[in-house]
Design a protein around this ligand. Structure first.
Ligand code: SF4
Ligand code: SF4
Ligand code: SF4
Length: 375
């Protein structure tokens, strides 16, 4: 089994699939503090990519409530139970990843959801107190906090789905790191469904093949952000590229937020797949729970977020979220504005730090009416 460096767990690890890192890696940053679980992203993706027969249960994008929501049901708790306890020593994960748990000849550990796990996408959602009465995998009392977790395929550095496929029908694109299923090669063994720790591969019983988020690659090829990103009501999402073959760049918003400042963190880095959706953790949730989900950088990340008003460059990078339909390659704070350019050097966004205030006249002469909300 090949060894490869996994920067998210601070060490080398086993990975049973021979592939070279892409030229650049598609990535997403989601700010959990801003998500309102309106599901606009879910609907935007669903209506565009998965509205056909056999795709009823397929949500490339879903938004669930933590700690007790999840789609498919208990996707993460089941794997955490299988994986067993794991310990971090500072930034190094000492436990086993999904690739290291057993014999090198075996596929990654995982579980295949049953049909009932896909039956109720939002069961257990939005509850913070009281008992879950039905369908839940947890029968305790909810603590007094929750947060919304938007989820798509992570277009992982080390995709477990690709590693598990006996047909080699799943591949990672060299030009951008997007992970795709070759539907012609797929024979429906569903090993990918079992292996993906995030349960972001789905089996289509009508098409008799597996399907997953395609990273909106036709849009990416035009330099545009994904549909789930552009449609996001809360402007919680940023979509672009991490530098893979050179040092992280201070002027690339992804390198800056993820690698240099470490404000956004990977989801369950201990699984070992190197996920490329990075989350700014919710600052109201206890550290212990968040460290289980996002690794050891939670405390520092929350501190950075609380101090944003004194950190103009980082705040500027966050103001790029939801500001343009184009992917931003470079950004800079210029006075009281943050400016973003695409990879052709064209300016694609300019956002003021302070929104201009417009006070309307009490009397609207055009309609011959008085306004009552002008103070
Ligand atoms: S559209 Fe944005 S704010 Fe709404 S649920 Fe999706 S991620 Fe959250
Ligand atoms: S999240 Fe799952 S489906 Fe997506 S690349 Fe990673 S292992 Fe594959
Ligand atoms: S990147 Fe595109 S295909 Fe993937 S979840 Fe978002 S909208 Fe759907």
């Amino acid at each position: 089994m090949a060894k490869r460096m996994n920067w998210q767990i601070g060490r080398e690890m086993d990975y049973p699939y021979d592939s070279t890192p892409p030229k650049r890696q598609v990535a997403y940053i989601f700010d959990t503090n801003k998500c309102i679980e309106c599901q606009t992203c879910t609907v935007a993706c669903k209506t565009c990519w998965t509205s056909g027969k056999g795709q009823e249960h397929i949500f490339y994008n879903n938004v669930e409530t933590k700690p007790y929501g999840g789609y498919p049901l208990a996707w993460d708790q089941k794997l955490l139970d299988m994986q067993g306890p794991g310990e971090w020593r500072k930034v190094t994960y000492l436990g086993n990843t999904v690739f290291e748990n057993h014999s090198p000849l075996d596929p990654p550990i995982g579980h295949r959801p049953v049909i009932e796990d896909y039956a109720a996408p939002n069961i257990g959602e939005d509850d913070t107190t009281g008992l879950l009465e039905r369908g839940g995998f947890f029968d305790g009392v909810h603590p007094h906090w929750m947060f919304y977790l938007a989820r798509i395929c992570n277009h992982c550095d080390n995709p477990a789905c690709a590693a598990a496929c006996p047909r080699k029908a799943i591949y990672k694109r060299d030009e951008d790191g997007i992970v795709l299923v070759d539907q012609e090669r797929c024979r429906g063994y569903q090993e990918c469904v079992k292996a993906c720790p995030y349960k972001k591969v789905f089996y289509n019983v009508i098409g008799r093949a597996s399907e997953k988020c395609i990273g909106c690659f036709p849009r990416v090829e035009e330099g545009k952000v994904a549909l789930c990103v552009e449609s996001c009501i809360g402007k919680i999402r940023l979509h672009g590229f991490l530098t893979t073959q050179d040092e992280p760049r201070e002027d690339n918003p992804f390198d800056y937020i993820v690698k240099i400042r470490k404000l956004a963190l990977p989801l369950y880095p201990q699984f070992g797949t190197g996920p490329n959706v990075y989350y700014i953790p919710p600052i109201h949730v206890p550290d212990g729970f968040l460290e289980m989900m996002f690794g050891p950088g939670v405390e520092e990340s929350k501190e950075l977020y609380r101090n944003l008003k004194n950190d103009k460059k980082l705040l500027g990078a966050l103001m790029l979220f939801g500001s343009t339909e184009y992917m931003i390659d470079r950004f800079e704070v210029q006075g009281d504005e943050v400016v973003g350019w695409n990879d052709k050097g064209e300016e694609v966004t300019r956002v003021p730090f302070t929104e201009p205030t417009v006070i309307r006249d009490h009397r609207d002469e055009r309609f011959g009416a008085f306004r009552h909300n002008t103070n």
